[in-house]
Design a protein around this ligand. Structure first.
Ligand code: BGC
Length: 713
């Protein structure tokens, strides 16, 4: 697509550089500009930034493809300056090396562009990136995804002729996907002097983005900030959990009043410590702006339980911050990766919360491209940089299954078959990769797995819950095969072989494991994936497991299904009891501890103030927020009608509980808003249901076929 354009870099500034080209044009005309980079970029014409996205063009599977963005620059002058600022972003630096010696990005930050415009003679003209550009260092001293930014406003740009990088141009393609943008602004709610004597601003919520500095201070004065998600039990600043991510924000003032916002990085934080500051902090000098993919919010929950309402807002906040071009595990420490398991366990909740079809379409493409020669679905995507060292040669249960589970849920919610078409072959390859491991026993055993990651029933010192990894592996082998069959049927493909395979996996699972199902996760998985003969017995076992310890103990893998498994056995009341429990461990316990996002661990911060080890302790990991799916689909009963995917017709089957008293859930489908609301009036339940299309409403087991409108039951 870039025909004559060359990939250019500035030999004197290999990580952060600005590239410039002056040109004359017919005044008042427009220019069409297409740009890409090895790194992230911003394009300016005459000092005006084009487009409102940041961190363009996002993160792709660089080995295979790199996106280019297209812009229109309006109202050119006679004499114009084109400027492209670029930083290595996800393509280099610390996220490239994963801080491992031996993994360094050797390619410089480089840009490629073409511009069609009208020249002074009125003819259409073309400018492409080549040796006619100058480039070099500018005020960004360094900028890095994990390590933050160092910026000196006094540095004068040092522009020299650029060099041309020999690089395969066929990787570049025009990317039209959901862009990363700035969203709302948050102001500090408190200025804290900690017991250690440090000055800390509290922004009120654990957010993702960056502070914008507006300051009037003498030339050369320095602002240096640090970031944290929580204060420790003594009220001191705690950011050891960011691990090696330096998250710097160092700014040297030009003097005379100025405003600064970072470029090429982002931070996950609630608290900002003023490490160096030219004067006593003055109100209004720092505000924060949220940064995330531009996805539209669809879900709203309001109930009689304030903690539950807050939990839901925490889930929303966690998703926003972690849906930053790709679905990440967390936004703060030296990770921020597209961990497939996290994306998979949260997908149903994600769909109720936001419109994520196009967001996932791009990520799924990079997931498929991230496969190695054996076409095994990796654990993270895009799998690039030094992380490629982690390429797995065998699938990983529940992580690799993102390739079947995510597209299928997206299809149900949006009714768009193309998402299945785009992924079907990869689904089949994935099932085949498990089939190779399982062989004729149809039981997938003995591989290196993540198990029920972070389950509370983990043996001492382990990150894996105590559920049997082979049981989890075969359960997901069955599930993915079942979804492959369903997808194939929708696409009118011949899947008879896989239908038969599914039946054999199911049988094998039942005869090998049904009697052995012991943990909450094992029982919930087997029930939810329909891998048992005697449902009542396994349901009883699940209930007795919960009753024995008095609370949930599922990890990433079991948590999305726990409440559903209970409900399917007619135990909505126990599901509500778990959901509304406030004592540790539970969903609401972190809310009682002041959480504003979902924690990575049920016990990230224990009641006695003890924190999880710094090495693995994020306060913004959305996985356990998967329970939002149960609130929408079971408590409020909003689900896609199986015969009408995409809510061409809805099915609303609420399951109220006196424990909650009142619930109103609104879900914005692409066909309009569904509202499901119920309230206890004495012993009686009153329902108000609004549907934007014909729907089947199920109240107390009785089905009502209704047209568009609002109904009271
Ligand atoms: C991530 C997880 C991820 C896991 C894989 C962690 O470091 O933060 O969320 O799924 O590794 O086991």
């Amino acid at each position: 697509m870039f025909e004559d354009a060359k990939l250019i870099y500035a030999p004197s500034s290999l990580h952060d550089a600005v590239f410039c080209r002056e040109f004359d044009a017919s005044a008042g005309t427009c220019a069409e500009i297409t740009v890409s980079a090895l790194g992230v970029f911003e394009v300016y014409i005459n000092g005006e930034k084009l487009g409102d996205e940041i961190l363009a063009p996002g993160w792709q599977c660089y080995d295979k493809r790199i996106g280019a963005f297209a812009y229109t620059a309006e109202n050119l002058k006679e004499h114009n300056v084109l400027e492209i600022r670029a930083s290595h972003g996800w393509h280099g630096g610390s996220i490239y090396s994963c801080y491992k010696p031996g993994f360094e990005q050797t390619l410089p930050v480089s840009v490629i562009m073409k511009m069609v415009y009208t020249d002074m003679g009125g003819d259409e003209s073309l400018i492409v990136s080549d040796e006619s550009f100058v480039g070099g260092a500018y005020q960004v001293v360094s900028s890095d995804i994990y390590d933050g930014i160092i910026y000196d406003a006094n540095i004068l740009s040092d522009l020299n002729p650029v060099s041309v990088l020999d690089y395969p141009k066929d990787k570049f393609f025009l990317l039209d996907s959901v862009k990363v943008k700035e969203h709302e602004t948050v102001h500090p709610i408190e200025l804290i002097r900690t017991p250690k004597g440090e000055t800390v601003l509290d922004f009120g919520v654990n957010m993702v983005g960056y502070p914008i500095l507006k300051i009037d201070a003498p030339k050369g004065s320095r602002v240096s900030l640090s970031f944290a998600e929580i204060l420790d039990k003594d009220g001191n600043f705690y950011n050891a959990n960011y691990r090696l991510a330096k998250c710097r924000y160092d700014y040297t003032c030009r003097g005379g009043g100025e405003e600064f916002k970072p470029f090429g990085t982002f931070y996950g934080y609630r608290y900002v410590r003023l490490d160096e500051y030219p004067h006593e902090y003055k109100e209004g000098e720092l505000r924060s702006v949220w940064v995330h993919s531009d996805i539209e919010r669809c879900g709203y929950v309001d109930s009689s339980n304030e903690l539950l309402n807050k939990l839901y807002e925490n889930i929303i906040r966690g998703q926003r911050g972690n849906y930053l071009d790709i679905p990440t595990d967390c936004p703060q420490r030296n990770e921020r990766l597209g961990w497939c398991g996290d994306a998979q366990v949260f997908i149903k909740a994600a769909i109720y919360n936001f419109d994520v079809l196009e967001f996932f379409r791009k990520w799924l493409q990079d997931l498929i491209l991230s496969r190695g020669e054996k076409k095994v679905i990796p654990r993270i995507a895009p799998l690039t940089n030094g992380y490629k060292n982690w390429q797995n040669f065998e699938p990983t249960a529940a992580w690799s299954d993102a390739i079947t589970i995510c597209p299928f849920e997206l299809y149900l919610a949006y009714g768009d078959k193309s998402i299945l078409e785009e992924t079907f072959e990869a689904m089949r390859d994935h099932v085949e990769s498990m089939r190779r491991r399982a062989g004729d026993s149809h039981l997938w055993t003995g591989d290196d797995q993540f198990g029920d990651w972070l389950g509370l029933d983990a043996p001492f010192g382990s990150l894996k819950g105590s559920s049997n990894e082979d049981i989890i592996a075969t359960a997901f082998y069955a599930r993915s095969t079942e979804l492959l069959v369903k997808s194939g049927e929708i696409l009118s493909r011949d899947v008879s072989e896989y239908r038969a395979l599914y039946a054999r996996i199911r049988e094998s699972f039942i005869s090998a494991y049904e009697d052995k199902l012991a943990t909450q996760t094992e029982c919930a998985l087997a029930l939810h994936f329909d891998l048992v003969d005697n449902r009542e017995e396994i349901h009883r076992r699940l209930v007795s497991k919960i009753r024995a310890c008095g609370h949930l103990e599922t990890g990433f893998v079991g948590t999305p299904y726990l409440l559903h498994a209970l409900s399917a056995g007619g135990d909505d009341e126990l599901a509500y009891e778990l959901l509304l429990r406030e004592e540790y461990p539970s969903w609401l316990y972190p809310v009682t501890m002041g959480a504003t996002t979902i924690w990575e661990h049920w016990d990230g911060l224990r009641p006695d103030g003890v924190l999880w080890s710094d090495t693995m302790n994020s306060y913004n990991h959305y996985a356990y927020g998967a329970c939002a799916d149960w609130i929408f689909s079971r408590a409020a009963g909003i689900m896609p009608h199986p015969d009408f995917p995409g809510y061409g017709k809805a099915k609303i089957a609420p399951h109220p509980s006196p424990r909650l008293g009142h619930l109103t859930v609104r879900y914005k489908t692409r066909n309009g808003d569904i509202v499901s609301s119920w309230r206890y009036v004495g012993d009686r339940v009153e329902y108000d249901i609004t549907v934007p299309t014909p729907a089947t409403v199920v109240i107390d087991g009785r089905e009502h076929e209704v047209e568009t409108g609002t109904y009271h039951f």
